[in-house]
Design a protein around this ligand. Sequence first.
Ligand code: C5P
Length: 232
Amino acid sequence: MGKDVIVACDFASAGKTLEFLDKFGSARPFVKIGMELYYAEGPEIVRKIKERGHKIFLDLKLHDIPNTVKKAMAVLSRLDVDMTNLHAGGGVEMMKYAIEGLTRPDGTRPMLIAVTMLTSISQEVMSGELGIGGELPNTVIRYAKNAASAGLDGVVCSPLEARVVHEACGAGFVTVTPGVRFADGDAGDQKRVMTPAEARKIGSDYIVVGRPITAAADPEEAYLRCVREFVG
Ligand code: C5P
């Protein structure tokens, strides 16, 4: 599994996103497009960024009945994204249907990654509000195992969870981890952060990095530093 740095393009418009990508010289980072940008600009922004030679993680976190998810995934697959995701909370059947929808006639498909428990959900909310028993880390592992059994490629998780996810689901099960900061950087609103080098040591396969790159004076240099520290 090739390790890579994914740049979170958390911009509200195509103009701002392309202006940011114009700051890169020869580097063509793997980029993450989220709901805000996709809902603002539609599939055209995906095509534009693909044309420029970037790989794309389309972070839309699908969660619906299996048939609806399957059909939506077929549309995303035709957009030729490289990675996309869904909520493992939709259940194993939904995840299996998602893979069917994503799979192209030639048998290839984008990578499919599950969101387990959102990091915004605390133990109190999970047990008191959602009525899910047990400890939160066990739910994360349970959801990751469900994703693996449905045939998904991996999960989005904290770098702190990467090791246990690999222990539970196998070394080849991919961990995509946000919450990364440079040792001399500002954590901002992220509570638990790791440096790219620490994320590498703990076994993350992909790190998702936003503001340390998007807000840097020289984004390409910040990106290349991330790659040096994470990929080596
Ligand atoms: O700017 P920053 O590096 O904090 O951006 C991290 C990216 O990863 C954002 O797009 C954020 O939405 C996403 N993310 C996260 N924590 C999660 C899941 C996704 O920070 N648990």
